[in-house]
Design a binder for this molecule. Structure first.
Ligand SMILES: C[S@@+](CC[C@H](N)C(=O)[O-])C[C@H]1O[C@@H](n2cnc3c(N)ncnc32)[C@H](O)[C@@H]1O
Length: 283
């Protein structure tokens, strides 16, 4: 039988001490990691403070804490990230979904409210978090596309988890629209949008665990977004919508019109930063 090693409380306190210098939330990190190890919720941990954990659990917890001490993001250690209304599988093949990206989903769900059996394309899909969250709320036919076969594999894992019995999801490996065919009611994108100088500032420091091709958007950061904006109308049904996430500087580059597209609105996040733009195809 497995030896009992220490109590839940002792394990959390010891990990909190170790994580103090590398995390702004050492206690929270320790609790999330231990609840993952014990297969329980953070809330339940409070009720089992004096319970003992066994040798296997202690060993796994120690390995999680040491990965965190090496600055690995919590989501890659636990292989999960909450996004919109679901938990998504993530690993180092995909970007960890960010809360500001949920603004795209909220907007998309509103736009699709009155369209029956819509066709939706999510390019640069990564984990699939945008497209799959839209499908959960609107029951559309969904195409997920990314240049990275690895990312598409992760999107496939999430599609199987969220829609185990359903078809209606296609996967296309594509450099932007290169292999895309058909017309869509709505296209979404969270393209790479960091500039050369952002890459030096952030990726080296904070984002080093995530795939580099998820970030670099060209010299100014807007080059990939601009390319998408110049092509997207060919893949939209008449009056179809396109929503794209923007970097911090993105709003400064956005024009009112692109080949057949007109800007409908800009969306700000809760900090007042413009994070997304909505366009409509006016043929
Ligand atoms: C910022 S991440 C967004 C991932 C996901 N949509 C999200 O919001 O969490 C950008 C994604 O674009 C993909 N990507 C980069 N260049 C691309 C290209 N030229 N064509 C298609 N996808 C590309 C990357 O593989 C990555 O998955």
């Amino acid at each position: 039988m497995n030896k009992k090693v220490c109590s839940v409380r002792e394990a959390v306190l010891e990990a909190e001490k170790k994580l103090k210098n590398i995390s702004e939330t050492p206690r929270l990190d320790a609790e999330i990691l231990l609840s993952k190890v014990l297969g329980t919720t953070r809330f339940a941990l409070f009720t089992m403070e004096n319970s003992c954990i066994d040798e296997n659990a202690a060993e796994l917890f120690a390995s999680f804490v040491s990965r965190r001490m090496n600055f690995e993001p919590i989501a890659y250690i636990t292989n999960e990230k909450e996004f919109f209304e679901d938990t998504f599988f993530v690993d180092r093949r995909v970007l960890i979904p960010r809360p500001e990206t949920e603004l795209i989903v909220e907007e998309a769900v509103q736009l699709l409210k009155n369209i029956k059996e819509s066709d939706v394309l999510d390019i640069c899909c990564g984990s699939g978090c945008i497209g799959l969250s839209i499908k959960r709320a609107s029951d559309c036919r969904l195409t997920l596309s990314d240049i990275s076969p690895d990312a598409l594999e992760v999107a496939g894992i999430n599609a199987n988890r969220l829609f185990p019995a359903s078809g209606g999801i296609s996967f296309v490996q594509s450099d932007l629209f290169e292999n895309i065919s058909g017309k869509f009611d709505l296209i979404t994108a969270n393209p790479p949008y960091l500039s050369e100088s952002d890459m030096e500032e952030f990726v080296v420091k904070d984002l080093g665990f995530e795939p580099a091709n998820a970030f670099f958007g060209g010299k100014t950061g807007f080059e990939i977004t601009e390319k998408v904006l110049s092509q997207v109308n060919k893949f939209l049904k008449p009056e179809g919508y396109f929503i794209t996430e923007l970097g911090f500087e993105g709003a400064g580059f956005i024009k009112e019109k692109y080949c057949g597209l007109e800007l409908v609105r800009l969306i700000k996040d809760y900090a007042g930063i413009t994070r997304a733009a909505v366009f409509r195809n006016f043929p």
